[in-house]
Write a protein that binds this ligand. Structure first.
Ligand SMILES: Nc1ncnc2c1ncn2[C@@H]1O[C@H](COP(=O)(O)OP(=O)(O)OP(=O)(O)O)[C@@H](O)[C@H]1O
Length: 249
């Protein structure tokens, strides 16, 4: 089996007396979508924050592409190839769709904002940004102000911005949130194709999307991984059905 591109070992985080991550060891391998599911407050966002470098763990470590990244900050992890999409939009609303995609390209290079006008004239970066917009179906809206996009279009733009980083690993926090049935289907199709170029660690509440997309699922309850397996294994697991899917075992 190939080496994981992302791995946590014994990750533990406490807020006072509350343990929100308890000895979490999960990994992400090339070509896969690994979904993290669990009830509200189970610790999914806290886990992502630790993986991406926004929150230091109290114990355990995080390896990115085989390198110990536990003490690296968010930007250093991004430079290693970790791209994150957020539960709440991190887009620049006053900028156009294309400018947001270009800012993503800039972020990848650590270039300061004041050079945006130069970047707009940089043919290579511009075509890279346009190519990512085309992949999510937003190229026709390149000149539109981001504030004017629908919620679903903004979520697609977030994925496009993550793509401009040419990441080796995607970490996605509820990309389906607020999308209608049609929007979820479209996003599901896009994510399904993305896994080929970079595997996805996917936190998601939309179980239809999770069951359609995931190669593996880990179930988090009260900060602990209580089950991990394929869609079929998780669906059949009595502990999961009782603790999370709300069914009698
Ligand atoms: N900065 C903080 N200080 C104290 N407690 C926190 C902090 N951040 C999160 N928590 C608590 O940690 C627990 C896990 O929260 P977290 O947001 O990671 O859960 P989640 O699984 O992502 O939930 P949801 O599905 O609702 O987004 C919750 O009980 C939350 O109240």
């Amino acid at each position: 089996m190939s080496e994981p591109l992302l791995a946590t070992r014994g990750l533990t985080k406490r807020f006072g007396a509350l343990t929100v991550s308890e000895d979490i060891s999960i990994d992400l391998r090339a070509g896969e979508i690994h979904a993290i599911i669990g009830p509200n407050g189970a610790g999914k966002s806290t886990l992502i924050a630790q993986i991406c470098g926004a929150l230091p763990p109290d114990a355990g470590d995080i390896h990115i592409l085989g390198r110990d990244a536990t003490r690296l900050d968010t930007r250093a992890r991004a430079r290693l190839g970790l791209a994150r999409t957020f539960q709440i939009s991190a887009l620049a609303m006053e900028h156009t769709v294309l400018q947001n995609a270009l800012l993503g390209c800039l972020g990848a290079r650590g270039t300061p904002w004041r050079f945006l006008s130069d970047v707009l004239r940089n043919g290579h970066l511009r075509s890279r940004a346009e190519a990512t917009l085309e992949r999510v179906g937003l190229l026709d809206l390149a000149a539109v102000r981001t504030a004017e996009l629908s919620h679903g279009q903004r979520r697609l733009l977030e994925v496009a911005v993550a793509l401009t980083l040419e990441p080796k690993i995607f970490v996605m926090d509820e990309p389906m949130a607020g999308l209608g049935a049609e929007g979820s289907r479209h996003m599901t199709e896009i994510l399904s194709n993305l896994r080929k170029e970079a595997p996805i660690l996917l936190v998601e509440h939309d179980m239809d999307a999770v069951f359609a997309l995931a190669d593996r699922i880990s179930v988090l309850v009260y900060g602990r991984v209580v089950a991990s397996g394929t869609v079929e294994e998780i669906r059949a697991d009595p502990t999961v059905r009782e603790a999370y899917l709300g069914e009698d075992a």
